[in-house]
Write a new protein. Structure first.
Length: 58
């Protein structure tokens, strides 16, 4: 399980996110605008409930 900070890959979208999940889950997350999310940083987190969680930061 990992905790990651992500940003939308669309230069016109300023959304940033925090997410918890496996690397495979983090790689396929998408922004509400439909673009992919780029990982800015990640670190190991305690095991969660086995599903990815995404939270909008701004």
């Amino acid at each position: 399980m990992f905790h990651a900070k992500l940003i939308c890959s669309d230069g016109d979208c300023a959304d940033t996110f925090e997410a918890w999940g496996t690397l495979e889950e983090l790689e396929v997350l998408a922004c509400d605008c439909g673009c992919t999310l780029e990982v800015l940083s990640w670190d190991e987190a305690e095991a969660g409930d086995g599903r990815a969680e995404l939270q909008l930061v701004r």
